[in-house]
Ligand binder design. Structure first.
Ligand code: 8OZ
Length: 367
């Protein structure tokens, strides 16, 4: 390792908006597919999150804002009273363990299957362009369905779904929310010219393609205040659905970030590279230069290890680092990084499904 962690401030407190993190290690949102069809968390999920509460901040697994926003079976929701009550168990357990948790607000857009949609309807998208790939349904893995383009008149209703979910997250006792505008789901589908072929005020120009993310952010900020709202972006991630990148990544996301500055959000969170795959970026893209346009705290994510986290923090490239997969098998990841001990590695079969097995049964280090 090039640098030890003893002189790093990764393990010292940091403030992001109204969120006072005990350290600069964030638990990234991790889809674990362990809910029932009602999307209601229970004591098992509360235990899982509380076990990981030594993270400076937990970002919840991506959480559906509405029945229409759902694209995977066994994922949680945050739009019914039952879901609010279930998440309250989680937030209470995390707070009792000294942690902070924000709810990641998710609408999958086109990446869904008719079986997962209300009344078997087509998934909604900026344009009727089908994603590649399969999603997990109650019948197993199935090709995602052909979406239909949202009417302009339906967009206020989509924003209302985010607003309602943000209000539900508040009632559920979260510390804030993260707008999921990444990974080729609904908001990212509007941003990219590969998935957005609209000719109304939500399409065509960069300003128009950025409009929905900005209007959703404004709605959520109205509910929570600017300093408890973060946003996640992934300018160069093809997943989900092997989605082509925007043809002008620097210009599109650069414009969006400049506009986001007016909100003074708690943080911006980037997937640096292709999510869970590689940190490589296409020629002509400079994610650090994009990040530098954001005038607020920045969380870097994607394939970090301790050395990379220490080095990028020391170089002033990140304010905090989000670790995803390492949190699966290392509930006390912060301590293990601080002591620089070898990390447990979760086998892929434990990522999704299977109840408590491979979920809440990973031990913390013995004292
Ligand atoms: C892995 C599997 C299913 C969904 C994302 C919400 O990529 C996800 C996701 C990740 O943002």
């Amino acid at each position: 390792m090039a640098l030890g962690n003893s002189c790093s401030d990764l393990f010292s407190p940091v403030r992001m908006g109204a969120l006072a993190l005990a350290n600069r290690i964030v638990m990234a949102p991790l889809t674990r597919s362990r809910m029932g069809t009602d999307g209601v968390p229970n004591e098992m999920h509360a235990r899982y999150y509380a076990q990981r509460a030594s993270a400076g901040l937990i970002v919840s697994e991506a959480t559906n804002i509405s029945a229409q926003g759902r694209g995977y079976a066994l994922t949680p929701g945050i739009w019914t009273d039952e879901q609010v009550a279930g998440w309250k168990k989680v937030t209470d357990a995390v707070h009792a363990a000294g942690g902070l948790i924000v709810c990641q607000l998710w609408h999958v857009g086109r990446f869904s299957h008719v079986d997962l949609q209300p009344d078997g309807a087509a998934p909604v998208a900026p344009s009727a362009i089908r994603a590649q790939g399969q999603t997990y349904t109650e019948q197993g893995m199935l090709d995602v369905s052909m979406p239909r383009a949202l009417e302009t008149s339906e967009i206020p209703g989509v924003i209302a779904q985010y607003r309602h979910a943000a209000e539900c997250a508040k009632r559920a006792g979260f510390d804030g929310v993260e707008v999921h505008s990444a990974n080729s789901y609904l908001l990212d589908q509007f941003l990219r010219d590969s998935t957005n072929r609209r000719s109304d005020e939500y399409g065509c120009t960069i300003e128009n393609r950025s409009r929905l993310t900005l209007e959703v952010t404004a709605a959520v900020v109205e509910v929570w205040g600017h300093d408890r709202v973060g946003i996640r972006l992934s300018p160069v991630t093809p997943d989900a659905g092997n989605t082509p990148l925007d043809s002008q990544v620097m210009q599109t996301y650069g414009y969006l970030i400049e506009q986001l500055n007016r909100f003074q959000l708690a943080y911006m969170h980037f997937v640096e590279g292709a999510t869970a795959t590689s940190r490589t970026v296409p020629e002509g893209v400079d994610l650090d230069a994009l990040r530098a346009r954001f005038k607020g705290p920045y969380i870097g994510n994607n394939n970090y290890d301790l050395a990379l986290a220490v080095n990028r923090r020391l170089a002033g490239k990140v304010d905090a680092v989000a670790f995803g997969r390492p949190f699966i098998a290392n509930p006390d990841l912060v301590r293990r990084l601080k002591e620089d001990v070898e990390l447990a590695v979760a086998p892929r079969e434990t990522y999704y499904g299977n109840g408590a097995k491979g979920y809440t049964d990973w031990p913390a280090l013995a004292d």
